[in-house]
Structures are given as C-alpha cells and as structure tokens.
Design a protein around this ligand. Structure first.
Ligand code: ADP
Length: 200
C-alpha cells in the first residue's frame, strides 16, 4: 500500500514522515528521486546534455541546476520538453524504490512529495495525506528552518496549490498547527487505520 504525503513548504512533511518511520513505515522523498535521476551516469542527464549542450553541465560532470533553471524559466517549451524527459523517469524510479521498501518488509510506504497533486504522483498512491497549517505558520517555520526571506517563501508558495485546493484533494488530513505531541497522536491514529485496512 502506497500512501501519498504532501503539504506546502514548511507544513511539516519531513517531520510527519519521520514520525511514521518511528512506527515502522518507510518513505521515499520525490525531491530526492528527482535529483537522483539526473546524477552523473544517469540516462536522463545524458539526454539533457545532448539537448541543451555543455552549458548545463558543471566541470565535475554534475548538472548545473542554476543554468538549467535559467533556460526553462524563460522558455515554456523547453520547460515542457524537460518535464517530458524527467517526469516519467521520476515516476518509474519512485515505483522501484517503493516496491523495494515493501519487499524489505515495510507494512506500507509513504511517497513524500511537495507537488504530489501538481505532478500527478498522487495516482501512484491509494490514499493521500495532506499536512495542513495556516500560512502564517508555514512562513515562520520555513523562515526559521532555511533562513530565507518572507518574499522567497511567497515565491515558492505561488508555484504550489493553495491550502484550500490541496485540502479538497485530501483523503486524510494532519493538522500540524500544534506541538509534536499532537502531531504524533494523529500519526499514530492514521498508522492504526492503515494497518487495519491492510488486514481487511
Ligand atoms: P516540510 O518538509 O513540509 O517542508 P518540515 O517537516 O521540514 O516541513 O517542517 C518545517 C519546520 O517546522 C522544521 O524546522 C520543523 O522542525 C518544524 N516543525 C514541524 N512541525 C512542527 C511542530 N508541530 N511544532 C513546531 N515546529 C515544527
């Protein structure tokens, strides 16, 4: 059983994933996989290099993310091309990781993704959890964690679904506006539900 886990930046996705892990569940982070598939030696990196040229490759052979971002930020067609290369590869690799974790004995696995619904990765999951906080908390926790300005957080928020849009798509909601104890209680309740469903 694959459970999607999403929420806006700073909502508490990583914190929730680690809480589930303490109860025996396993998780994969879609952002980690997105980086993994463009590591040196990966077919997707070679395809990107062949398309954009050496200007998107650093001297050490790694992807020059800033250069690539600059190109696709200014050209929607190139952005679309890039996504047509990376999205199916990310999806395939995510499934490989999720299946491996299940064969290693996890009762269910979490797919942690900030853009779960935006990317269509929710279709890999049988249920989706949304971690929910008011925007003011999202801003303050992200600023504290990353040392970034309020306007930088707002720019990231603009690329994500609104709180209302995300909540409308949720099967399960975790309210992370309180303390860690309240969070753990909600995680434990969901963990019990998922285990019960597995046994049904
Ligand atoms: P995300 O993965 O969604 O970006 P994180 O899990 O990294 O969010 O949480 C953002 C920040 O808020 C982190 O520094 C985390 O330690 C903190 N945090 C998460 N949940 C709580 C909470 N219930 N109370 C206080 N701080 C929290």
């Amino acid at each position: 059983m694959i459970i999607g886990l999403t929420g806006g930046i700073g909502s508490g996705k990583s914190t929730v994933a680690h809480a589930f892990e303490t109860l025996g569940a396993a998780w994969v982070d879609a952002d980690d996989v997105a980086r993994e598939i463009v590591a040196p030696g990966e077919p997707a990196l070679l395809t990107i290099q062949a398309h954009f040229g050496d200007r998107v490759i650093n001297h050490d052979g790694t992807l020059n993310r800033a250069a690539l971002r600059e190109i696709v930020f200014n050209d929607p067609n190139q952005r679309q091309w890039l996504e047509s290369v990376t999205h199916p590869t990310i999806r395939e690799r995510l499934l490989q990781h999720l299946e491996r974790l299940e064969t290693e004995g996890a009762p269910y696995v979490l797919l942690v993704s900030p853009l779960l619904f935006e990317s269509g990765q929710n279709t890999l999951a049988s249920r989706c959890i949304v971690v929910d906080v008011p925007q003011s908390l999202q801003l303050s926790r992200t600023q504290q964690r990353d040392g970034v300005s309020e306007s930088q957080v707002h720019a990231i928020l603009a690329a994500q679904l609104s709180r209302e849009q995300r909540l409308a798509k949720a099967d399960d909601v975790i309210d992370n506006s309180s303390d860690h104890e309240s969070l753990m209680k909600q995680v434990a309740r969901l963990d019990q539900n998922y285990r019960r469903q597995l046994n049904d």
